[in-house]
Design a protein around this ligand. Structure first.
Ligand code: NAP
Length: 333
């Protein structure tokens, strides 16, 4: 079995590669091989010592992809951007690039048994009233990021008669190597828990290892062809609970500070100005603020449980503790 992974240099992709290799080692399966698409600018920090083959190029590099596609039986497509400077950048990386890769697969990947597209809960949008959103509901993305991930899903729908495609929508993903929720760990280490506005906000979450297990399960399950799944912990968490769980995991005394909602756009404006100066996408931009202001980023994992038998193994308490330990051991905190 030959697997092509896009986005293998990133947070989730690198954990996926580790898991695939560990699984093959456990089964003493040497016939499997992993191709990782890497760019000239990619950091190979998580991959360079691993027995994988690099395909040098990006999602539009036909010359790099065409020689490997006829060999691959599985494509796990994680490459994409979660932050970008412009709407066009989001749509190129998440929508057009996915369409292009699918087109190449339809023409050249004659042995393909599964194409997994890692989309996002952002493509479905938040819940208006706190009910857990299901895959059957009409997507209502509220951010440019969400609309661009939905464009990637639309490309999958276009090719679903020609290719065996499965779409995975993760909620917020945390774990070792993660760099955004990591900022929250840093705050807690300093003894503060920031919250936006007084009203409680809820979010579904998943540890990266559980997500990767869900992706691998879906990539092999016959029932998953043509289907879309939220891969999530069953219970959503409110930010207060999460902050307390994290403070407990880190054994830190913290105070909760409320940032008034009207301050958020001001912070985004400064952050976007900084991004313009540095030329790098802002961590907190207007698009992210639009997402942060929602009250219920909650989704249901019931379909993945019923159809695939997927049940996450890592509780939020254990997951936060393991993540904190990893940040500490690796000098991030
Ligand atoms: N993290 C989350 O909480 C979360 C939640 C829901 C969904 N997702 C989705 O999961 C996927 C992976 O997320 P992540 O958090 O692991 O992101 P990440 O750490 O930022 O990694 C993104 C990966 O995509 C690659 N990439 C981006 N544009 C590319 C292009 N044009 N050609 C080739 N490679 C390209 C990057 O390569 P370089 O190393 O060269 O930059 C990197 O390997 C994304 O599609 C994201 O939308 C993430």
């Amino acid at each position: 079995m030959r697997t092509l992974i896009t986005g293998a240099t990133g947070f989730i992709g690198s954990i996926l590669v580790d898991s695939l290799l560990a699984r093959d080692q456990q089964k003493q399966n040497r016939a499997n091989s992993i191709y990782c698409l890497v760019r000239r600018t990619s950091s190979l920090a998580w991959l360079e010592k691993l027995p994988v083959e690099f395909v040098h190029g990006d999602l539009f590099s036909d010359a790099a992809l065409l020689p490997v596609l006829p060999e691959v039986s599985q494509v796990i497509h994680l490459a994409g951007v979660t932050k970008a400077r412009t709407e066009a950048e989001y749509f190129r990386a998440n929508g057009e690039a996915t369409h292009h890769l699918l087109q190449l697969c339809a023409r050249h990947a004659s042995k393909l048994q599964r194409f997994v597209y890692v989309s996002s809960q952002a493509a479905a949008g938040p819940s208006a009233d706190g009910h857990l959103i299901t895959e059957e509901e009409t997507p209502r993305p509220i951010s440019i990021y969400g609309r661009s991930k939905l464009a990637g899903e639309a490309a999958c729908q276009k090719f679903c008669r020609e290719l065996p495609i499965t779409i995975i929508r993760p909620p917020a993903v945390y774990g070792p190597r993660e760099k955004d929720i990591y900022q929250y760990f840093k705050q807690v280490k300093m003894g503060v828990r920031l919250r936006l506005g007084r009203r409680e906000r809820q979010a579904s979450m998943i540890h990266a290892q559980d997500l990767v297990n869900g992706i691998l399960l879906a990539s092999e399950h016959p029932a998953a062809v043509g289907e879309t799944y939220f891969i999530t912990n069953p219970q959503p968490y409110d930010w207060h609970e999460l902050g307390q769980a994290l403070a407990a995991a880190m054994q830190k005394k913290t105070v909760s500070l409320t940032v008034p909602e009207f301050v958020a756009p001001v912070l985004a404006a400064f952050s976007e100005l900084g991004a313009k100066i540095t030329g790098k996408p802002a961590l907190l931009n207007f698009d992210k603020i639009r997402e942060l202001r929602q009250y219920y980023w909650v989704c249901s994992g019931e379909k993945a449980k019923q159809q695939l038998g997927f049940v996450p193994a890592i509780s939020i308490q254990d997951g936060l503790r393991m993540t904190w330990q990893w940040y500490r051991e690796n000098g991030w905190l």
